[in-house]
Write a protein that binds this ligand. Structure first.
Ligand code: TXA
Ligand code: MG
Length: 289
């Protein structure tokens, strides 16, 4: 099922059904070592499948429903099948902040896994049309929830071993999380802690050039902030990071459709949501890590 969330569109299935989950991996061309996020309707449902400590509960209370995913020890391994967890004894769980997604989760009553609906390595879809273009062919049902308000995937934090670690920057900022649980531990770089980070590229067809002052001949230019010339693409003319995050993937796709020699993107400040925006841009440009 194509499922709208406040972050990006997901390709969703019953988390307990290995053949439905296998179909998701296949439709995305996703490596099987990369586990999926279980989506549930509320904290109570999350605690039925994951073991939460006080910090996990504080985070959930502060940011759910919303763009935060918490990785915790698995409690009910059958509710989210082995394939969805990539065989790990931890589980990633979130309560999405989109009314359609919440209605669906409440009605279904069990966890739903949903990776972003893009084919593996591509930018995540933030509109219904983009989701259909990416993996719609694999879905029996598709829900149109409009454009995604956040536009970037959820922030992924791990609460394994008593420390809170940032595994993926996203829609909730580092500063917002640290205001609740104090300074975040560095991601130890352990591939097993954040398996997806090895393979994500968010890449359009055209090569991406970041921190660009302006376009070179043949390039499409994506500006940020007040642009000297009338830029066709501007993440946020006002220089607002929330607006830039919401526009990022759709604008990469739109620029790509002009079939440019490359897509040049202006520098984006690193604070707040800028951390996640720059993470996606660096990966789209081929700088992994
Ligand atoms: O905003 C989102 O999170 C979207 C919407 C649809 O909810 N979903 C999404 O899923 O971005 P996906 O599969 O594209 O990204 C999930 C990320 C991957 O980086 C994966 O490696 C990580 O979560 N992850 C899942 N389970 C994990 C685990 N047990 N330990 C560490 N990382 C995990
Ligand atoms: Mg993804």
């Amino acid at each position: 099922m194509i499922l709208p969330t406040e972050t990006v569109y997901g390709l969703a299935a019953d988390a307990a059904d290995p053949s439905a989950v296998a179909a998701i991996f296949e439709a995305k061309g996703r490596p099987r070592f990369n586990p999926l996020i279980a989506h549930v309707a509320d904290l109570e449902a999350a605690e039925r499948i994951a073991v939460f400590d006080d910090r996990a509960r504080d985070l959930a209370a502060s940011f759910w429903p919303g763009p935060l995913t918490i990785v915790a020890p698995v409690r009910d391994a059958a509710a989210v099948c082995d394939l969805a967890r990539a065989g790990l004894d931890s589980i990633a769980v979130r309560v999405p902040g989109h009314p359609l997604a919440l209605d669906l989760l409440r009605a279904f009553g069990r966890p739903v896994v949903a990776p972003s609906a893009n084919r593996s390595g591509r930018p995540s879809p933030t509109t219904f049309a983009d989701a259909i273009e990416e993996t719609g062919v694999a879905a029996a049902v598709a829900l149109d929830g409009g454009s995604c308000a956040v536009g970037l995937e959820s922030t992924v934090v791990s609460v394994l071993d008593g420390t809170v670690r940032l595994l993926r920057a996203g829609g909730v900022t580092r500063e917002e999380i640290e205001a609740v649980v104090g300074p975040l531990a560095a991601d130890g770089g352990d591939a097993h802690r954040s398996p997806g980070r090895l393979t994500l590229h968010y890449a359009p067809e055209a090569p991406v050039r970041i921190d660009a002052e302006g376009p070179r001949p043949g390039e499409a230019f994506i500006a940020f902030g007040p642009a000297p010339q009338d830029a066709r693409f501007n993440l946020s003319p006002a220089g607002d990071l929330r607006e830039a995050a919401a526009n990022l993937f759709a604008m990469l796709r739109a620029a790509d459709r002009t079939r440019p020699a490359a897509i040049a993107v202006a520098p984006v400040p690193h604070a707040g949501l800028g951390e996640a925006i720059n993470d996606r841009l660096r990966r789209a440009a081929g700088f992994v890590g």
